[in-house]
Design a binder for this molecule. Structure first.
Ligand SMILES: Cc1cc2nc3c(=O)[nH]c(=O)nc-3n(C[C@H](O)[C@H](O)[C@H](O)COP(=O)(O)O)c2cc1C
Length: 358
């Protein structure tokens, strides 16, 4: 089975083409420090060819949700070191997903500080989960040009911390409506400086960040996650084909590890001019390795690899209740279903107590 064949990503030799997709599980402590539970959780899933960690806040400013981990203090670095050690001891490979939530946050979980964003435009029609229950989004504070540059520097320093913590590489969370995605789309970015306006300018932030990540990690160790056709968190662009076409063209100039491309996860009836198939539309534009994601099972994943449309497939939900997903795929074994109530937050239950087969 192609899914179980080894593959090179940059200079990394991965055991198979099954990637554990990034999943926020909201089980860090109040300071964003992970512990033995996370080391066990990721270690249990280390037979994946590659693990991409849950989104990790690059700075205090990046935080949007309670109990999500950080990578900006010595304590964070030391804690993640125990996780990467556990994964490596089990023969696995793990990238850190670098996260800045931008406007997808709330002052209630940010010590009273308003979320920041490219522009003072709030998310409509959704609520944000906070320690005080679901809340309407606030109008975020627009970053100054100097602050945008400082945020790029924060990504660089988080990439350095990821290296110190023993990760094998980093992935920019450029998807799902978080800060980099907010810079890209014209529905969220109304800036008039060099980070807004034309497509060229709206791509500048992401390209500057990726250039820094490559500078820290070298060729083939920095990936990027994009979701061109996911309107969640108010990610609406007037021309996603032109926008992401331009971005991917520029990303081709960098020696990245991979492009992690999310398929559309929601019906797109409200966007009749958008294409429906992100991989079909944007995949052929990328000249490097593609990790495809979104709603795959074993057979659909195998088919997309055999067709040569992607080189790896990532699975999120399936990895929650199936720590040995790779072995189950190999045997064609039954898959356990995850408990939605314990996806976000809580303790060991629903996190590290899903058994392996037999
Ligand atoms: C509990 C949970 C947490 C998630 N957290 C993240 C995250 O931190 N970063 C990210 O890029 N995507 C996150 N996602 C999205 C998944 O990585 C993935 O794109 C999505 O679940 C679709 O893949 P699947 O059909 O294999 O589950 C999360 C999904 C779930 C279910």
């Amino acid at each position: 089975m192609k899914l179980l064949e080894s593959v090179h990503v940059g200079d990394l030799a991965l055991h198979n083409r099954v990637v554990m997709a990034p999943m926020t599980r909201s089980r860090a402590d109040a300071e964003g420090v992970v512990g033995p539970m996370q080391a066990t959780y990721y270690g249990q899933r280390a037979t994946a060819g590659l693990i991409v960690s849950e989104g990790i806040n690059i700075s205090r400013e990046a935080l949007g949700s309670p109990l999500t981990p950080g990578l900006f203090t010595p304590e964070h670095v030391a804690a993640w070191r125990t996780v990467t050690n556990a994964v490596h001891a089990a023969g696995g490979t793990i990238f850190a997903q670098l996260w800045h939530t931008g406007r997808v946050g709330h002052s209630l979980v940010r010590g009273g500080a308003l979320p920041v964003a490219p522009s003072a435009i709030r998310i409509e029609g959704q609520k944000h989960f906070t320690s005080a229950g679901p809340q309407d989004y606030e109008v975020p504070r627009a970053l100054t040009t100097d602050e945008v540059r400082a945020t790029v520097a924060d990504y660089r320093s988080a990439a350095e911390h990821a290296k110190a913590a023993g990760f094998d590489g980093v992935e920019l969370h450029g998807a799902f409506g978080y800060l980099p995605n907010q810079f890209l789309v014209d529905g969220a970015n109304h800036r008039t400086d060099e980070y807004g306006g034309s497509i060229h300018n709206r791509c500048r932030f992401v390209l500057e960040v990726m250039t820094e990540l490559v500078a820290v990690w070298g060729p083939g160790r920095a990936g990027i996650r994009l979701s061109p056709l996911v309107p969640y968190n108010g990610m609406v662009d007037s021309d996603p084909v032109a926008l992401f076409g331009h971005l991917i063209g520029r990303l081709n100039e960098l020696p990245l590890a991979y492009l992690h491309l999310m398929q559309a996860l929601f019906p797109l009836d409200a966007f009749p001019t958008w294409p429906k198939d992100a991989l079909g539309t944007f995949g052929p534009l990328y000249r490097g390795t593609i990790v495809t994601n979104g709603g795959y099972d074993r057979d659909r994943a195998e088919a997309v690899l055999v067709e040569g449309r992607a080189q790896l497939v990532s699975f999120a939900t399936l990895f929650i209740a199936n720590p040995d997903l790779v072995a189950r795929f190999a045997k064609g074994a039954a898959l356990a279903a995850p408990d939605r109530a314990t996806m976000y937050g809580g303790g060991e239950h629903g996190y590290i107590d899903y058994p392996a087969m037999g």
